[in-house]
Structure formats: C-alpha cells, structure tokens
Design a binder for this molecule. Structure first.
Ligand SMILES: [Fe+2]
Ligand SMILES: [Fe+2]
Length: 234
C-alpha cells in the first residue's frame, strides 16, 4: 500500500491541521481499530494509562526513541535481506523507514514546543522480551522479527488511540490520532511480509507471540515506557 504524498506533506502539528487524509474534524471517531484489538487480544490496562497521563514527558521521550528504533530495525532488515527474492520487503520497509523518520522529527518538534529537554531513557523490557524467543535459523528468524514488528506497531496504534482519549493536550491528542493510520498500516505490512516469506501458515507463531506480548503488557513492570506493563509503583 503506497504512502500518499498528502500524508507526508501534511503538517499535523499546525494548529489548523486535521491530521487525516480525508480531512475530517474528529479522526478519533473515524479510525476503526477493532482489527488491531482483535489481533492484540488485550487492551492497555487503565493503570498504565493513568501513569502515562501523569508522566507524559517520559512517554513522549520514549515515543521519540521508539520511532528512531523502528526506523533502525527496518534498516537492519533491509541490509540483511537484500536480494531479488526480497524485493517487496525492500520496498515496504523503505517506505516504513521514511515514515518513522518523519514521526521522529515530529515528536522532536513536539518536545521543543512543550519546552521538554531531551533526556536519556533506557530501553524497556518489551521488545527484548519478545526478541528473546526469536528462532535462530532462517527464514524462521526473519519471520519472527516481522511478527514481533507487527505486534510492536499494533500495540503502538492501540496506545495512541487510548492516550488520545485521556490526555488534556488536544494538539498532542490530535497528533496521536494522526499516527493511527500509518502505524496500523505498518502492522499490516509486517504481518503480510511475515506470511508471504513463510512456506506454511504463520498462525501458530502469531498466537505464540500474542501470549508473550500480552504477558509483557498485563504483568507488573517497574519502569514506565511507551510499551511497558502494569506500573507496580502506584
Ligand atoms: Fe511511527
Ligand atoms: Fe510504525
């Protein structure tokens, strides 16, 4: 699915921006993420949302880090699987990298506008908690990384939607709603690539990672990050 030029040229941070290609005034009500929720199998717990609202600068900084890491991970895949057999992967990931870098730039702009200085944040347990189950032989290793990528993108989408409903900063909420479209496409692209590169159904592997992912989201976590579990300090 090609990215529209519109999507890249629109400035969602402008005060009059509507953040969607279809120019609607309330994108939250127009984006249906039920397929994302069905894929994920569980919603973000309220306790995480409460902690996120109270610690928005951490969430914003970690979001910036996530955009950068998403671009970096996709770039690693592009270098690792560069041959004619992976032409579609190359093209889809090149588009994804372009979009993640745009998001990174936009989040940095949000931080500047909010007067929020850049701060170092260690990586949370989420991505590593899934990657430790990655198989070590090909093409299974690649398929697992793509499935994990699908979960990270899908969870991001679900959390942007949830955050946009509860934060006071309407401009930031609008930006989170704007992100839903591309992050949901990233999830679909990763899942599509995983299946297209496999010779058998990946359903069982997807279900396995759903269990791992849900445990990371629904168990106590000592750190607050964009993809962290249930805060154990409140
Ligand atoms: Fe992104
Ligand atoms: Fe993404």
């Amino acid at each position: 699915m090609p990215v529209s030029t519109n999507q890249l040229s629109v400035n969602p941070l402008a005060s009059n921006a509507t953040c969607t290609d279809d120019n609607t005034s309330n994108p939250a009500k127009t984006v249906d993420i039920s397929h994302i929720l069905a894929f994920l199998g569980c919603k973000t717990p309220k306790k995480w949302l409460d902690a996120a609202v109270k610690n928005l600068p951490i969430i914003i900084q970690d979001h910036a880090n996530c955009e950068k890491k998403a671009g970096g991970t996709a770039m690693n895949l592009i270098f690792r699987y560069q041959n004619a057999e992976h032409d579609e992967l190359q093209r889809k990931l090149a588009q994804l990298i372009r979009e993640e870098m745009l998001h990174y730039e936009q989040v940095l702009q949000i931080m500047t506008e909010r007067g929020q200085p850049w701060q170092y944040l260690s990586a949370g347990r989420y991505a590593g908690g899934m990657l430790k189950h990655k198989r070590t032989y090909e093409p299974e290793a690649m398929i697992d990384v793509l499935i994990i990528g699908a979960y990270i993108e899908a969870r991001s989408c679900e959390r942007f939607a949830a955050l946009s409903q509860v934060i006071d900063d309407e401009k930031l909420a609008r930006y989170y709603r704007y992100l839903l479209k591309s992050e949901s496409r990233h999830y679909e692209d990763y899942l599509y690539l995983a299946q297209s590169l496999a010779t058998e159904s990946i359903d069982e592997r997807v279900a396995f990672f759903r269990g791992v992912e849900n445990e990371l989201i629904l168990t106590p976590d000592g750190e607050l990050r964009f993809h962290s579990g249930i805060p154990n300090w409140i």
